[in-house]
Each structure stands twice: as C-alpha cells, then as structure tokens.
Design a protein around this ligand. Structure first.
Ligand code: MG
Length: 158
C-alpha cells in the first residue's frame, strides 16, 4: 500500500499600504499588501509549511531564513519551487490540498479563479484537487490589518 503523509501549515502577515498583495502566487489588486521579508504570500507559506511538515523536513523558516539578505523580496512561488525540486525532498504526488484564507479585504470571490490557476501551476496539480476557502475576521480588530492562511496537504510517497 502507498505510504500517505498528512501535513498542515499556517501563516499570517500584517497588511500595509504601498506593498503588493500576493495570494497563492497570484498578484491581487488591493490597497494593502503583505509586509514580509519575501513577497509575504501567506497562502503559499502555509502550503509550503504543510508540505515540509508532511515530509518531516522542518519548516519554511529553516529552509529560507528571514535574515538572509539574498532572499529579500523573493517570490514565494520560487520558495515553493525550491522545496519541490530540492534533492532533500523525496518523490511524492499530492492526493489533494486544502486551504483557508482569513482577510477582510479584498473579497476573494472576485479573485478565486486567478488564485486557483496560480496554485495549479505552482503545485502542478489540477484545480479539482485544490480546496480554496475564504472567510473574514468577523469584526475582530487588530493593531494593524492582518491576512492569515492555513493549509493541509495529503501526499503519497513514490
Ligand atoms: Mg509568511
């Protein structure tokens, strides 16, 4: 029987004016963008951590330290690709992935297809195996606006 591995990850970033907003590798029109050492794509960070967790390979901060100046501003699609292509990463295929975003604005329903298309490309997985859900903070207020994401993956080792 195939060896299955489950993994989960979560991430959050502060949102601020004057920054681009990347979600799942897609650039989304928004007045606020994510503050981060990389492009601040919390959905891809959660997904990358879920993959690393499933494979017991540590976490994204161990692979890509946020004090590394070379990684400043790097796209998270590149971080995900480096994990998928690393010789440290054993061969696997996704059974499915599932994700949840939490943010108040912009409304994700208008950008859903773009985000899913980007995830399909980044994960090399058809959209029928990618869950993308979004919710708001339901009136919760923080010192600064926040975006958060969680991700679960089920992998089959090859
Ligand atoms: Mg992050």
């Amino acid at each position: 029987m195939a060896e299955l591995r489950i993994g989960q990850g979560c991430d959050s970033h502060v949102l601020a004016p004057g920054r681009p907003l990347f979600i799942g590798g897609a650039e989304i029109a928004s007045k606020l963008g994510a503050v981060g050492h990389s492009d601040g794509d919390c959905l891809l960070h959660a997904l990358t951590d879920a993959i690393l967790g499933a494979l017991a390979l540590g976490d994204i901060g161990m692979w890509f330290p946020d004090r590394d100046p070379v990684l400043s501003g790097i796209r998270s699609t590149e971080l995900l690709a480096r994990v998928l292509e690393s010789p440290r990463t054993p061969g696997f295929r996704f059974v499915n992935v599932d994700t949840t975003l939490i943010l108040d604005a912009p409304k994700i329903s208008e950008h859903r297809e773009k985000i899913l298309a980007s995830l399909e490309k980044g994960l090399r997985l058809p959209a029928g195996r990618i869950g993308l859900k979004a919710k708001t903070w339901e009136g919760l207020r923080f010192e600064r606006p926040l975006i958060a994401a969680s991700a679960s993956v089920l992998l089959e080792l090859l």
